[in-house]
Ligand binder design. Structure first.
Ligand code: FAD
Ligand code: HEM
Length: 396
């Protein structure tokens, strides 16, 4: 909770800081990477820096956090903090790094706002920063403990034991420990970070959802290559497609992530588009492996049957579950998929049982549309969970 003396100062300055926060975060990252170039090379995602998405996510989260401190002083935005903390833990962020971020963030605030940053204003924003930082550090400490890892020590070496070309753009990799130990436990829906060494010497990290059931001796990730004429090709996905072969060793984090399947008997809606199917496959594989009788409505949208990764596996999983139904939408179904509808997903066309819990994953416009439809149908917001495959710009 914010102190009495800081509350009016934050109320007064939030509009100014909010209006300048994008510029502040841009300056902040400039200063941070000037002082610590290794952080841009080996920790932060260079693509998200170049396209500005990480700046927006950081700015959005700080402004949202300050707003919540003012509007609901007794509440903590746990969902937002949990998402950030899980991402941080999957990258091995440590508590001492928060001091480094603090130094450069506050230098950027002074740069941008100049004389407006009186000692009183600086002290109030300092309080906001440390309220947020300490909340994140506390969650991250708990996550490291649950993972059985010392702070930040999340990395392990795993061997690729299988590689499958699922579609022209999608490859799956099955991973095992070289010494034969079974791969660790995870909750369906979670992801791992994968760190790869690139030709310029950088070590870049990306997240990949576990697309298999937990409790098996190995893990599987499914990677879509980011490449089209409209934008630079993705660094890590392209590297994995071109270079990662059976027998190679990958540096992989322990599993993290807060989009996880809630245990119970209640009905589920799993709605995905494109490569967003991967956490849903983890959940469906788990439901099938545990003989679940839950009502499960599976909705998936893709460009066409040939682009739909794990299409046959999805069909078999739905068939194996006694109370599951599959609804497919393809932009171009062709004559290979008579069971699929054409065009965009229409959730209104599907019957959903009372008390459905929904999980969404796919491009933001897809998730916004489906979430909007579900809210209109009366599904409570707290029962709609989602995963964004990048910095969460819903925060912004
Ligand atoms: C929780 C989570 C789970 C995920 N699960 C999966 C999964 O199961 N499967 C999967 O395939 N992906 C998944 N992702 C996405 C994955 O982590 C990567 O983001 C994805 O593989 C792209 O990484 P990349 O290194 O290839 O692209 P990047 O190099 O990171 O590029 C990202 C974007 O930035 C753009 N960009 C790069 N450089 C510039 C520049 N100079 N100027 C402007 N734009 C630029 C690129 O064009 C691209 O659009 C997940 C992400 C998260 C956060
Ligand atoms: C109060 C302080 C901090 C806040 C508010 C914050 C906020 C965020 C947010 C909102 C994201 C995006 C999460 C998402 O994927 O949706 C993020 C990611 C990240 N954070 Fe932090 N963070 C803080 C501290 C730190 C520290 C101390 C470090 C370590 C130097 C760090 C490193 C990272 C990295 C590497 C990512 C992933 C970036 C990417 O993929 O480009 N953060 N953080």
């Amino acid at each position: 909770m914010l102190s009495e003396q800081s509350t009016p100062v934050i109320r007064e300055t939030l509009p100014v800081v909010g209006a300048a926060i994008q510029e502040i975060t841009e300056r902040f990252y400039g200063k941070l990477f000037d002082a610590h170039p290794e952080l841009l090379r080996d920790l932060f995602n260079r693509g998200n820096q170049a396209n500005g998405e990480q700046q927006k996510a950081l700015a959005g989260s700080i402004a949202a956090f300050a707003g919540i401190l003012l509007e609901r002083p007794d509440a903590r935005p746990d969902a937002m903090l949990a998402r950030i903390a899980n991402k941080h833990a999957s990258l091995g962020i440590t508590s001492d790094q928060y001091k480094v971020v603090h130094t450069h963030l506050f230098a950027a605030i002074v740069d941008v706002l100049g004389d407006a940053v009186t000692p009183e204003v600086a002290a109030a924003w300092d309080e906001v920063y440390w309220l947020m930082a300490n909340a994140l550090i506390a969650i991250e400490t708990g996550l490291y403990r649950q993972a059985g890892a010392a702070e930040g020590d999340v990395w392990q070496q795993m061997v690729i034991v299988d590689r499958r070309q699922e579609t022209p753009d999608v490859v799956s990799f099955t991973l095992k420990y070289a010494d034969g130990r079974p791969a660790g436990a995870f909750r369906p829906g979670q992801y791992v970070s994968v760190q790869v060494g690139l030709p310029d010497g950088a070590h870049q990290i990306r997240q990949y959802s576990l697309s298999c059931a937990p409790g098996r001796p190995e893990w599987r990730i499914t990677v879509k290559r980011v490449h089209d004429e409209t934008r630079p090709e993705g660094e890590v996905s392209t590297w994995l497609h071109r270079n990662a072969r059976v027998g190679d060793v990958l540096t992989v984090s322990a599993p993290f992530g807060d989009l996880t399947l809630v245990d119970g008997d209640g009905p589920l809606l799993l709605a995905s588009a494109g490569i967003g199917s991967t956490p849903m496959l983890g959940m469906l594989n788990h439901l099938a492996a545990t003989g679940s009788t839950r009502a499960v409505t599976v909705v998936h949208a893709d460009r066409g049957p040939a682009d739909h990764a794990h299409r046959e596996e999805l069909r078999q999983l739905v068939q194996a579950l006694p109370n599951a139904t599959l609804h497919l939408w393809y932009e171009n179904p062709g004559d290979q998929a008579p069971e699929a509808a054409t065009g965009q997903v229409d959730i209104d066309a599907i019957d959903l049982p009372e008390n459905t819990t929904a999980y969404l994953c796919g491009p933001l416009p897809f998730m916004r549309a489906v979430r909007g439809d579900l809210l209109r149908r009366g599904l409570p917001a707290q029962d709609i969970h989602y995963e964004v495959f990048g910095p969460d710009l819903w925060l912004a």
